[in-house]
Design a binder for this molecule. Structure first.
Ligand SMILES: C[S@@+](CC[C@H](N)C(=O)[O-])C[C@H]1O[C@@H](n2cnc3c(N)ncnc32)[C@H](O)[C@@H]1O
Length: 253
């Protein structure tokens, strides 16, 4: 019988199996956290809410079923975007949700393309771009990751991905669940083809999901990792700057 420690480390780009990574009670705990997230997603709601984010001094319209900017990852990433983006940059905000990250970038003077797979999120982000008067600097459209963006390159790609590797129980839950991290792997396989020279990814991840896997996937995909800012509470959240090392050609390693 093969001894576990003698097995070569699996390549994180090849696949993911939550049962190889977590004990049943940890998986159970993650599902319970997810149930709490589902409550906030308000999938059966009918009324929009106003959600204020004091640390960036802004408030956003949030439609039922759209990821709320009150979650710590969204708030941390918004602060990182505020620090990182400079005037005149071309920015892609992937999975825009209510539009918080793209709006932060547009307010810094960037030209933003924001996309989301959820039509509700697209509608919600469009409402917020009007509210913040950035409609002419931020286009919002429906899209599945980089589909339809052939040949388009950006100075920065912002992505707050779903953290937990489970199958969504409804469409809206795609905001926080990504079965076996298939979307995350696709993101890292394709992102480099959409970055300008010196372009970077600004992303966030947490140990409320598989943080070690995220970091190993980033490394295996050939990006250099830097932490812009973190928050440590019941969970750790890191906002990352991911760059392509100079001289690295073509697709990720
Ligand atoms: C964690 S939420 C982040 C929302 C927003 N960027 C923020 O920081 O509050 C992830 C978002 O990605 C979207 N999403 C999930 N899978 C996607 C895909 N394949 N293509 C585009 N958007 C996707 C979800 O609908 C959701 O709005």
């Amino acid at each position: 019988m093969e001894h576990l420690s003698s097995r070569p480390e699996a390549d994180p780009r090849e696949g993911y199996n939550v049962r190889d990574r977590f004990a049943w009670f940890e998986i159970d705990a993650m599902w319970r956290q997810q149930d709490a997230v589902l409550e906030v997603l308000n999938v059966n709601g009918t009324e929009p809410r106003m959600v204020s984010i004091p640390e960036i001094d802004r408030e956003f319209i949030v439609l039922p079923g759209v990821f709320s900017p009150e979650f710590p990852d969204a708030r941390l990433l918004a602060r990182a975007v505020g620090q990182e983006i400079v005037k005149g940059e071309r920015v892609l905000d992937l999975g825009t949700g209510c539009g918080i990250q793209g709006i932060m970038a547009a307010k810094k003077g960037a030209r933003v393309l924001a996309t989301d797979i959820s039509p509700k999120a697209v509608k919600c982000a469009q409402m917020n771009t009007r509210r913040y008067g950035v409609k002419n600097f931020m286009e919002v459209r429906e899209g599945d990751l980089f589909d339809g963006l052939d040949g388009k390159r950006f100075d920065a790609i912002i992505f707050n991905p779903p953290f937990r590797p489970f199958r969504p129980r409804c469409e809206d839950e795609r905001a926080s669940l990504d079965e076996d991290y298939a979307t995350l792997r696709r993101f890292f396989a394709e992102a480099r083809d959409h970055l300008n020279e010196d372009g970077r990814i600004i992303s966030v991840f947490s140990n409320s999901g598989d943080l070690q896997y995220f970091e190993s996937l980033v490394d295996a995909s050939g990006y250099q990792r830097g932490i812009i800012t973190s928050v440590v509470g019941s969970y750790t959240y890191n906002a990352y700057r991911l760059t392509v090392p100079k001289g690295a050609e073509g697709r990720p390693a």
